[in-house]
Structure formats: C-alpha cells, structure tokens
Ligand binder design. Structure first.
Ligand SMILES: Nc1ncnc2c1ncn2[C@@H]1O[C@H](COP(=O)(O)OP(=O)(O)OP(=O)(O)O)[C@@H](O)[C@H]1O
Ligand SMILES: [Mg+2]
Length: 245
C-alpha cells in the first residue's frame, strides 16, 4: 500500500437521545492510502454518514481515533480543526448544498475566500476549476437555472477549489439519473487520476464500485467485508438483505 493518508482506529460512536442510546459505529478500523478511491456501501442506517462525519472532523468519536497524515484529529484545537476541514477536505453531499441566491461562480469562490484568498483571486481560481468540471459556460447562472448534474458539478468544483487531499462524497449520485450519475462518477475518478486526490464515497450505487480501488461493506456500524479491485465482484441483488441494484 502506498502512503497512508487516513487511519481510523477502533472508532465507536454512540448517539444519546434521552434514555436511548444509538450505537451508530461499533469499532471501525480502516487505513486509506493516498490517492485511493474507496467506496463505503451498506444499508440505510448502517453508519456511512457517521463515518464521514468522523473522518471530516465534523463530529468526534465516542471512543477511538481518527488520524490524518499521522496526526490525531482529537488533538487539534477548534481553529486547527476548522483549518483542516477547509484546506484538506472537500465535502460533496447528495443534496448539493449550494446557496440558491449565489451564482455558480460565487458558490465556488466563496469557499476560496473562506480559505483566505482575495475575492479577485478566488474568482479566478473558481472559474478555472469550474471550467475543468465542464461549467465554464454557466458561471453567472443560479443553481435553479442549471440541471441537477450541473449543480453537483458546481459542488464538486467547490470541494476542489481549495486543493484538498481528500474528497468525502456522501451519496453524490443519489439525486441524479443513471447517465448523469455516471458522468459524476467519471469526473470524481478523473480527479483522483489527474490530481492524485483521495476519494471516499458512501454509495448505494453499483456503478461506483467498478471505479473503486476498494469497497468497504458496512452493516450495523461494523465493517463486514473489504473487497479490493479485481477480487470477487460484489453480488448484485442484495447486500445484507438490502436490494442495491
Ligand atoms: N445525530 C444523530 N442522533 C441520533 N442518532 C443518529 C444521529 N445521526 C445518525 N443517527 C443514527 O445512527 C445510525 C447511523 O446513521 P447514518 O446516518 O450514519 O447511516 P447511513 O448509513 O448514512 O444511512 P443512509 O444510507 O440512510 O444515509 C442510524 O441508526 C441513525 O438513526
Ligand atoms: Mg447517510
């Protein structure tokens, strides 16, 4: 395995809701190599988004550690953690999460401004990334004036604009039709290939799997199976009782 960028060590997460405890993660161990394309699959409620929140420093584990390039996230101050999220991680969500009143260019450049660039610099770099994802001709449109696939491309450009090490994409094709979803997967695979970015996706989408270096199957907060590229294909039809095709 090439250089390890991310280590998840014995991570558990328990959500407490009044008297009820939800064991969302029950001891996750995982090493992710730099430049790897990893897909996390599993039924609804199995803990995929919870893992993402831990890796992206949006929430902290109940026990265990997440290490980025060998440094424990738990040891970072809140300012350092904010810096980590801003500069090292690019987030992509199922529902795009764009700002409706801002143009394509503004939606991307604002992320660059938050990272410390001047407005002029941010706009220039945002336009470059948007051109790269095929939206150079839609810079002044609002999100409501472009297609769903194009909205997800804006979100990908926003995730890329600060040159992150890792893209965390939580069901990025969940709201898209088959062909558009495929284009988004191709784009993510291209970013991995061309920019050496580590891509981690949570997905129900079997198309994602053919692009993946490894597929992690989780159920009930535990890793059940890890499949490497070229090894036995994931069975189409059912994963632990859930229909995935
Ligand atoms: N903030 C929270 N408070 C309490 N319980 C939560 C919270 N977030 C998630 N859970 C619970 O933790 C478990 C894992 O949730 P998670 O969102 O990680 O699942 P998921 O695999 O991403 O599911 P989906 O495929 O539906 O997105 C679920 O049982 C969920 O109800
Ligand atoms: Mg989820």
């Amino acid at each position: 395995m090439s250089e390890v960028i991310l280590t998840v060590q014995d991570v558990t997460k328990v959500y407490t809701m009044g008297a009820e405890k939800v064991h969302a993660l029950r001891g996750i161990n995982l090493e992710v190599a730099q430049g790897e394309y990893l897909s996390i699959m599993g039924p609804s409620g199995s803990g995929k988004s919870t893992i993402f929140n831990m890796i992206g420093g949006l929430d902290s584990p109940s026990a265990g550690e997440v290490l980025f390039e060998g440094a424990k996230l738990a040891h970072l101050s809140s300012a350092q953690l904010a810096w980590f999220r801003c500069h090292k991680i690019g987030f992509i969500f199922q529902s795009f999460n764009l700002i409706g009143s801002m143009t394509t260019l503004e939606n991307v450049s604002i992320a660059r401004v938050f990272a410390g660039a001047s407005l002029e610099q941010a706009k220039q770099e945002a336009a470059e990334v948007l051109t790269r994802v095929g939206l150079g001709h839609r810079l002044t449109h609002l999100p409501s004036q472009v297609s769903g696939g194009q909205q997800q491309r804006i979100a990908i450009a926003r995730a890329l604009v600060n040159k992150p090490s890792i893209i965390l994409a939580d069901e990025p094709t969940g709201n898209l039709d088959l062909k558009t979803g495929e284009e988004i997967i191709d784009l993510l695979a291209e970013m991995k290939q061309d920019l050496g970015i580590t891509v981690i996706t949570a997905t129900h989408d079997l198309k994602m799997l053919s692009r993946s270096d490894r597929v992690i199957l989780i159920a009930d907060g535990q890793i059940r199976r890890i499949t490497k590229k070229g090894e036995v294909e994931i069975e189409v039809g059912s994963v632990d009782g859930e229909t995935v095709a």
